[in-house]
Design a protein. Structure first.
Length: 426
């Protein structure tokens, strides 16, 4: 969830005072999914002298970041899981809502017990975010919402086929909770300029807001040779690999991956590898068995420590995003491929920030998510043209080195955190 904010390549002036001159804060950074880039930010903030409690959900299936505490971590960092003791029923909306409210209450209790100066919460469903905000407002503590997705858009897809009145009422209720929490927060971070006009239509025009593009943790995800322990263990070191790694929910069409496997089933050198869990992965298991797609290999989420090897096993990284997600989601898989220097084959709407990034940075080729014929033709082109693949990989390295600079990213978050800690103007 998977599957994060504008960091312009032109390097704007830092928005934070030099290290050593700012206030030391007690910060809770909550990342519901436990992904790789928010925990990197937590470590960076703790390394600047802040006391940071990083919280994540143990109840959701997600590709986790480096969540284990290590001897080299800053002294001010704590990493803890919050859990209801039950796996999240992601597509049973009513049961999910009540479980998320339970989780939100537990999160609010742990957060307020830490006595933070500010709370930064990301990848967080509306029910959880609302419960967290309620707990914080009782103690006059500021919540900074780091907006990665518009959840009500995904809910509308889940509710397709339900009675129209029920669907309308559920969507309006979720919108009221989601956008109301954003309006009442102390500040907003969004991952793309594309979010701003959408939020404005729902009355979210926050005076304390900024746009910071997502990233991947360079150095933790790094380019490696294709021939590595993970690829050898799974018979991929000497095969041409199309790799899709990350969340596969309602926003990701698994049929494109099945079509990719079908189109190369007579090429013994090609493998289509999917590293994921959840509804899309289960659908692919059924198709693989029914159609005897032996070239389609399915794996669970892998430990973060092996992620660089997993990504390096690819000749082409595959990213899919449904048209309805449009401007309201940016698949973070794209940034991981930038770190691994593998060309990208995308089925992503042209209106999406990731599509523009891949195109403008010459990092790969994208088609519309409804264009299965174009998707397969583009895959064939990448399969046959090694020089083209290398040129796209080369285009990624320079961008990643500049845009994924954690000092620059952390400085922008630090500025907004400090602003949110100040009393609101009368």
């Amino acid at each position: 969830m998977n599957d994060g904010l504008v960091l312009a390549p032109s390097r704007p002036a830092p928005l934070v005072a030099p290290v050593g001159t700012g206030a030391r804060r007690r910060i809770v950074l909550h990342d519901y999914g436990g992904y790789s880039f928010p925990i990197q930010l937590a470590r960076w903030l703790a390394g600047r002298g802040h006391e940071v409690l990083y919280l994540y959900s143990a109840d959701v299936e997600a590709p986790r970041g480096r969540l284990a505490q290590s001897a080299g971590d800053p002294a001010g960092l704590r990493i803890e899981a919050v859990s209801t003791g039950r796996s999240l029923p992601k597509y049973a909306l009513l049961r999910r809502w009540w479980q998320e409210m339970d989780y939100g209450a537990r999160l609010g209790a742990r957060t307020t017990a830490f006595r933070p100066d500010v709370v930064l919460s990301t990848n967080t469903p509306p029910a959880v975010q609302a419960a967290l905000l309620k707990a914080l407002r009782k103690r006059n503590l500021p919540l900074l919402c780091w907006v990665q997705d518009i959840f009500s858009v995904g809910a509308a897809e889940i509710l397709k086929g339900k009675p129209a009145l029920l669907r309308w009422a559920a969507c309006r209720f979720l919108e009221r909770v989601e956008f109301g929490t954003m309006r009442d927060a102390a500040g907003l971070v969004v991952i793309s300029e594309d979010f701003l006009p959408v939020l404005a239509r729902y009355g979210v025009r926050h005076p304390r807001s900024t746009v910071v593009e997502n990233w991947a943790p360079q150095g933790e995800i790094r380019p490696l040779p294709k021939d590595n322990p993970w690829s050898r263990a799974h018979g991929l070191a000497d095969r041409f690999v199309f790799l899709c790694a990350g969340t596969m929910g309602m926003k990701h069409n698994p049929d494109l991956l099945a079509a990719l496997a079908r189109s190369f089933r007579n090429d013994p050198e090609v493998r289509v590898v999917v590293v994921s869990q959840g509804i899309g992965r289960r659908w692919l298991e059924t198709v693989k068995q029914a159609e005897a797609l032996d070239n389609l290999l399915l794996f669970d989420f892998q430990p973060f420590e092996t992620l660089s090897q997993v990504l390096a096993s690819a000749d082409v990284g595959v990213v899919v995003l449904e048209a309805f997600a449009g401007t309201l989601s940016v698949p973070s898989k794209v940034y991981s491929h930038f770190c691994s220097n593998r060309p990208i084959l995308g089925a992503i709407p042209a209106t999406n920030h990731a599509h523009r990034l891949i195109r403008d940075r010459k990092a790969g080729l994208c088609v519309e998510p409804t264009d299965e014929t174009g998707f397969i033709a583009t895959a064939m082109r990448l399969r046959q043209d090694a020089a083209l693949r290398q040129s796209y990989a080369d285009g990624q390295a320079a961008y990643a080195a500049e845009a994924f600079d954690i000092d620059r990213i952390g400085g922008r978050f630090s500025a907004l955190i400090e602003e949110c800690c100040q009393p609101a103007a009368a």
